[in-house]
Ligand binder design. Structure first.
Ligand code: TYC
Length: 109
């Protein structure tokens, strides 16, 4: 059987209801990538991480590093889940390769 009166929820013969005008889209959830302070990772190494993996210029990278140094935690960027996860893995792998205890985590916004 075919009908041109829309799907599913018709109130009666000869009547049709527009159930949606805009296409149904869902915005992806966003995640903050954070770095944590510690007593051992060199400041210059943290600045390098922020330049290399988070596309910060030297000035922004230095500002974020000093914020983390002074307050304990700071935001490197905001990304969709898979991008954030990749950044965390890249930072943790790079820090481990250089034997620094730097910690990087993600947090749902
Ligand atoms: N606190 C470190 C030091 O004094 C520097 C540092 C900054 C370490 C930020 C980690 O996420 C960090 N060498």
């Amino acid at each position: 059987m075919q009908s041109d009166e829309g799907g599913g929820d018709e109130p009666g013969r000869g009547t049709a209801v527009i159930t949606r005008t805009k296409p149904k889209t869902k915005k992806p959830s966003l995640y903050r990538v954070l770095i944590l302070n510690d007593d051992y990772t060199p400041m210059e190494f943290v600045v390098h991480i922020l330049e290399r993996f988070f596309q910060k210029d030297r000035e922004a990278a230095t500002r974020i590093m000093l914020h983390v140094h002074n307050y304990g935690v700071g935001e490197c960027g905001v990304y969709t889940y898979e991008v954030a996860e990749t950044k965390v893995t890249q930072v943790m792998d790079f820090a481990r390769q250089h034997q620094h205890p730097l910690q990087c985590v993600m947090e749902k916004k």
